[in-house]
Write a protein that binds this ligand. Sequence first.
Ligand SMILES: Cc1cc2nc3c(=O)[nH]c(=O)nc-3n(C[C@H](O)[C@H](O)[C@H](O)COP(=O)(O)OP(=O)(O)OC[C@H]3O[C@@H](n4cnc5c(N)ncnc54)[C@H](O)[C@@H]3O)c2cc1C
Length: 603
Amino acid sequence: MTTTLEQSPAATAVRGWLSDFDAALTAGDAAAAAALFTEDCYWRDLISFTWNITTAEGRPAIADMLEQTLTGTRPRNWTITPGEEPAEADGVTEAWIQFETAVGRGRGQLRLRDGRAWTLLTTLYELTGHEEPTRDRRPKGAEHGIHRDRESWLDRREREARELGYETQPYVLVVGGGQGGIALGARLRQLDVPTIVIDKHPRPGDQWRSRYKSLCLHDPVWYDHLPYVKFPDNWPVFAPKDKIADWLESYTRVMELNYWSNTRAVNAAYDESTGEWTVTVERDGIPVVLRPQQLVLATGMSGKPNVPDFPGMDVFRGDQHHSSAHPGPDAYRGKKCVVVGSNNSAFDICGALWENGADVTMVQRSSTHIVRSDSLMDIGLGALYSEDAVAAGMTTEKADLVFASLPYRIMHEFQIPLYDQMRERDKDFYGRLEAAGFDHDWGEDGSGLFMKYLRRGSGYYIDVGAADLVANGDVALVRGQVDHLTEHSVVLTDGTEMPADLVVYATGYGSMNGWAADLISQEVADRVGKVWGLGSDTTKDPGPWEGEQRNMWKPTQQEALWFHGGNLHQSRHYSLYLALQLKARKEGLPTPVYGLQEVHHRS
Ligand SMILES: Cc1cc2nc3c(=O)[nH]c(=O)nc-3n(C[C@H](O)[C@H](O)[C@H](O)COP(=O)(O)OP(=O)(O)OC[C@H]3O[C@@H](n4cnc5c(N)ncnc54)[C@H](O)[C@@H]3O)c2cc1C
């Protein structure tokens, strides 16, 4: 007898678990619900129970979360997602699930071990009564019939653009119109939340245009889609920076964003009594005061340059700039160039300078993790974000949820074996790098690039060729600390002196709460604390363990202040949850926040 999928042991186990879970939740019995989890268990919630992005680790934490959220959440109708058959492998049964709450619809992922939940992901994806106007809810567009003084779509868009910010106020102001602000703006538009996205650059996409000439995205196309509009099938795997800039610019128009270019936020203050921000912006140099109720800083985690302060910078006679201001190699053919730093930007810039005939030296201060792009694509991302994954039926949205379903506490355990494979596959490459004296690491626990990104957002290079230049000596490598500059050279603490016509400081970027200090006040920046990192107690990510990325896409210690950003994948995925949190507040839905994060570090 053949077993139909619906009767498969995996489906039966999941259905049984969901039924017990539903019963415990309906009875308001947090302890009984928590007892359905294994002892080492994780429940990651993206706003569906907690109005927060948080992971409860262990049964007591799950019970506590439920005790405080169940009454308001009123979860129900837990089922296996139609068409998604649960599967069992290596003792773990995985299932896609869906459910409803008092305010919306949720989806998630469940992993069972020995009949109990080991990991559970719950996410809210839409608010009942406030669904996005898609598919059969899409706008009609044309108004058939005969209407006097008909207002066309263009009339309406132009009226809105004229009035918003002057005669009417946006509910949300997004400061920063890079890919993050743009993706969030698109989602808020679909949710009918009046929003203005501002950026100081003259055109959307200028964030990428203004970066060094040789830059191409380091992540592949399957990882990079924006919400709603996917890249076409002929889009390059690694988009050149100016091409992605043009895409972002057209996206702002197609998605009907109220995007104010050439507009700089100058200062902002929150009035608790009115629940309103007063934000002064300069639009084309003219001050405009905006009064949004929610303020989102999408000002970029790679936006606030860490510029070192070495003695002698004031006497150096050549060119010197932070990597973010590096124009590209054209002016430096035949020149002596010193690049301080050994991560992504440093390698990209060294490579482009060398290709252009410059004499290049890289100064490495501390160890860097390097992974070859091909290996990262095949081993690190291939299962979820690749042409093979697409052919196997993987969608972007599903891949994002798979990624989200792994609790950060144990994510490194899944990453370490992948990096072990890369280490083996590219061992000749690493041998050559080390022989050249390059200080290489794999992350403090061997978990590689993605964990470094989540923990500290730095310390790595996705190799697209420049590492070989260091390995074979075409780019000279010097290890040490810069002590000072002279009129024509860079001098290290051990006395090594390198003549230089150009010095590039590829020294990374600062925490995003620095933007809050600039725009609002140091007091608010300190209250909100460090942005990014998990509290892993590894370099640049001090403990205690926080379980989620600090301050990103979720409520902060400053009411009505939010941070948004990250790479294209994160911007796409988490903009949904941030947009729903903002929409719920606009509609006056109760949004009690469970587990508002404590602040342990200021920057
Ligand atoms: C060299 C390099 C390579 C990278 N490669 C990749 C990659 O391959 N894939 C990837 O996903 N990410 C990559 N990143 C990371 C990349 O920076 C971010 O993914 C992306 O730019 C973040 O987008 P964002 O919208 O969060 O911030 P940004 O693109 O930095 O945009 C922030 C915007 O805020 C604006 N702004 C700041 N202050 C104000 C103010 N007061 N008023 C008005 N506007 C303001 C700035 O003008 C800027 O346009 C790379 C970064 C660098 C530096």
